[in-house]
Ligand binder design. Structure first.
Ligand SMILES: CCCCCCCCCCCCC/C=C/C(=O)SCCNC(=O)CCNC(=O)[C@H](O)C(C)(C)COP(=O)(O)OP(=O)(O)OC[C@H]1O[C@@H](n2cnc3c(N)ncnc32)[C@H](O)[C@@H]1OP(=O)(O)O
Length: 709
């Protein structure tokens, strides 16, 4: 056309073909004397989701991104980016290479490369600080957070925000700037505005990034690259950016984080043995939901539902609990609304003592105390009260969902929805598919989870499901290590060095030691036949560690009682301090049982705790309780504080090498023949026998696929 040329990338991401298309079209436009300005926009109303992550695993082909962006910036005709929906990663870097940027009001912008173990290596770490200054650039690049168009406008990242058509607004802007000098619009020409206390700003950021993701390389590299923008001319800064990227690009951490990106999306694509799948099963619409029980879990679940726009009827049995639940839920909704500058949607939730109020809801989530008899009575009552087609969901952390379904008049409409505390914060939702849960029920629970902002993973109905079934064994190893000579702080430190946000004993104190105590009692591991003075270290045919029970008997229940594996300033205190009393308690215990303490290395702590998780993961795959190793990994990453840059227990086992994992488990099992879970699983042995095939092929080595999903 006569005055402007539209260049349309072909897809969401900057694949080799898209880069080729842009490079050639820009060159043509710059040469064509009829063209006065260029507008760059995306297809289907989406500007760009960044580089094609799948290409990172292959040999690079097509025109590279960096020279492509430089050519645009160096051009003698104004180029305007029309940002609709998103400009992320390489997409925002491309926009920063343009001379002007117009964004739609609903667009999101960001440099999320750090979440993939990388940095914005198409000049982003050098152009952004020159535009926004150091603190804002550090924030965006080291966190990878997405920002709104309005925030981008405030920071100067975009020149204009429109509620209307962004492409039309960009064309208008492009035509209005024809003939104006372009040099001031080239960000690589700008000097970086420096804060007064440059060193202080970087020191603070390094402390923050190390706290947020212990042991992660990318956030530190991001900060270093931004520092180069503060201290070096653009071209040398770019070299620094490239060197840092080279180190990250080939690191195991980048591979793990990119694996997580795809595994998270793969988890949503569930399938059942009867052929029902995510793409052939229609979820029910959910407009109203009931929540039964307003303890910690019920409160968080109610908040999630309301925030997702679902009307809630919250039920408690007694006035006192109802009142405190009402106050807590309202408080959470009000604080959230205040933070977001909106009105709290308090009108969307009603509180009642009457189950009858649930008669019209589309779905109920029961969140009462973890007790089968109690849950059964609730489900039987729900059967009587609710509409015949209402879904009945249980928030259980390990009970048999099918047993609960059996007391209802509608087993196909019963499903487990296992939330993690605090339920309005934690991202994981295990959806437990009972043998009789219908495809429509599973689809509704999975879709509802997504609507609540959760990563929903479909799992089978076995004790503890996936997450807690594995957790139990991880915790067992930690307890055994205490018996053998370790201290709680030594175990925690090793696990935190590995990357866990919190060590297992700190987590146990936080959750409350009485939770496990109750579970062990219910499992018949603790009872009147246990000698209180000399409790047995062998129960139900295997090694058993009575240490946590002994602590509970002393009233050491964790943070809430001010004492657990650690000491706290007061009941409810947060600061964990090593307790000399625990050290003496462990010494006495070992003496009583004739255990001579030995030196335990960090390597042993990590290997025993982490390999036992993967070993059980293999058993879960063999039992058909999870569809794929990716699902198990996402349960651990999103529900159990597993360090994302290590991909998940199954990915980690593959990275370490399955043969090594097998050999180390054999070694520890030889040392501890009474711990059956250290015995390598059949699937692990078979995979090693098949020369450790890639994860996608693991399922082919399960002798008979016995999916319970
Ligand atoms: C020694 C070697 C040295 C090498 C040195 C190398 C130098 C190289 C220089 C190159 C510099 C590159 C710098 C730039 C890097 C990047 O840009 S990295 C990517 C940054 N972008 C992102 O992280 C965005 C990721 N995507 C998203 O956040 C979301 O997908 C979305 C874009 C916001 C869309 O969300 P939604 O609508 O909810 O859809 P999804 O379900 O999430 O996605 C739909 C499908 O698209 C796939 N996909 C999305 N983004 C990408 C991507 N960037 N690459 C590949 N594929 C992507 C996603 O997987 C979905 O597909 P399925 O999984 O098949 O469903």
């Amino acid at each position: 056309c006569s005055d402007e040329l539209f260049i349309r990338p072909l897809s969401l991401v900057l694949s080799a073909a898209v880069r080729k298309g842009i490079t050639e079209a820009v060159a043509r436009a710059f040469k064509d004397t009829r063209v006065k300005a260029v507008v760059l926009c995306g297809e289907n109303g989406k500007f760009c989701g960044g580089a094609d992550i799948r290409e990172f695993a292959k040999a690079m082909s097509g025109p590279p991104l960096v020279p492509m962006i430089h050519a645009i910036e160096a051009g003698e005709k104004p180029v305007v980016a029309a940002i609709e929906e998103m400009a992320l990663g390489g997409g925002l870097e491309l926009a920063l290479g343009c001379h002007y940027r117009v964004a739609h009001a609903k667009a999101r912008l960001g440099l999320p490369e750090v979440t993939l173990g990388l940095l914005p290596a198409a000049g982003g770490t050098q152009r952004l600080p020159r535009l926004t200054g150091i603190p804002a650039a550090l924030d965006l690049i080291t966190t990878g957070r997405h920002i709104s168009a309005q925030e981008a406008l405030k920071l100067g990242i975009v020149d204009r925000v429109t509620e209307g058509n962004a492409v039309e607004a960009a064309v208008e802007l492009a035509l209005s700037v024809v003939g104006r000098p372009l040099a001031p619009r080239r960000l690589s020409n700008h000097a970086t505005p420096l804060p007064a206390d440059l060193d202080g700003v970087f020191e603070e950021v390094l402390v923050q990034v190390k706290r947020r993701a212990r042991g992660a390389m990318a956030p530190v590299a991001c900060a270093k690259a931004v520092r180069a923008a503060a201290e070096l001319p653009y071209s040398r800064g770019l070299e620094c950016e490239r060197e840092l990227m080279n180190t990250l690009f080939t690191s195991g951490q980048a591979r793990a984080l990119q694996y997580c990106f795809f595994a998270q999306r793969a988890a949503g694509k569930w399938s059942l043995p009867n052929g029902a799948r995510w793409d052939n099963s229609r979820p029910r619409a959910v407009h109203t939901a009931g929540v039964i029980g307003l303890g910690t879990m019920g409160r968080g679940i109610a908040v999630c539902l309301v925030k997702a726009g679902i009307s809630v009827v919250a039920v408690e049995t007694e006035e006192k609990q109802l009142d405190s639940g009402r106050r807590a839920v309202r408080g959470m909704l009000e604080r959230d609304a205040k933070r977001r500058g909106v009105t709290a949607p308090l009108h969307m939730i009603t509180f009642t003592l009457s189950m009858q109020q649930l008669r019209d809801v589309d779905l109920v989530i029961e969140a009462v105390f973890e007790d089968m008899a109690l849950k059964k009575s609730v489900f039987a009552e729900l059967s009587r009260v609710c509409r015949p087609n209402a879904l009945l969901c249980t928030n259980t952390s390990g009970l048999d969902v099918d047993e609960l379904a059996s007391v209802t008049d509608r087993p196909p409409l019963v499903v487990g929805m296992h939330f993690f505390a605090p339920a309005h914060v934690m991202k994981l939702l295990e959806v437990i598919c009972g043998p009789r849960s219908s495809p429509e029920t599973v689809a509704t629970a999975m879709t509802l989870g997504k609507r609540l902002g959760k990563v929903s993973v479909a799992v089978g109905n076995c004790p503890g499901f996936v997450g807690n079934r594995m957790l139990k064994l991880y915790l067992d190893q930690a307890h055994f290590l205490l018996e053998e000579g370790a201290s709680p702080e030594q175990v925690d430190q090793a696990l935190e060095e590995f990357g866990f946000a919190l060590g297992i004993f700190k987590v146990a104190d936080l959750s409350g030691l009485d939770i496990g105590w109750r579970v062990r009692k219910a499992a018949g591991l603790i009872g009147p036949d246990v000698d209180p003075k000399f409790p047995s270290r062998h129960r139900q045919g295997r090694r058993y560690c009575p240490l946590p029970d002994l602590l509970c008997e002393q009233g050491r229940l964790g943070q809430k009682s001010g004492r657990g594996w650690y000491l706290y300033d007061s009941a409810g205190g947060k600061e964990a301090r090593p307790d000399p009393a625990i050290s003496s308690f462990l010494q006495e215990y070992r003496l009583r049982y004739g255990i001579s303490a030995r030196r335990i290395t960090e390597q042993e702590v990590v290997e025993r705790c982490v390999f036992v998780l993967a070993n059980e993961g293999f058993r879960i795959l063999e039992d058909g309780m999870a569809a794929a190793p990716e699902d198990i990994d996402m349960v651990y990453v999103f529900g159990y504080g597993w360090p994302r840059h290590r991909g998940g227990p199954m990915f980690h086992a593959a990275q370490v090498g399955l043969a090594t994992v097998l050999q180390r488990l054999e070694f520890y099992h030889r040392q501890n023949p009474d711990i059956p879970h250290l015995q390598p699983s059949t699937l692990l042995r078979r995979l090693v026998g098949a020369r450790s095939p890639p994860m996608q092929q693991w399922k082919q080595h399960i002798r008979s696929i016995n999916s319970q999903l």
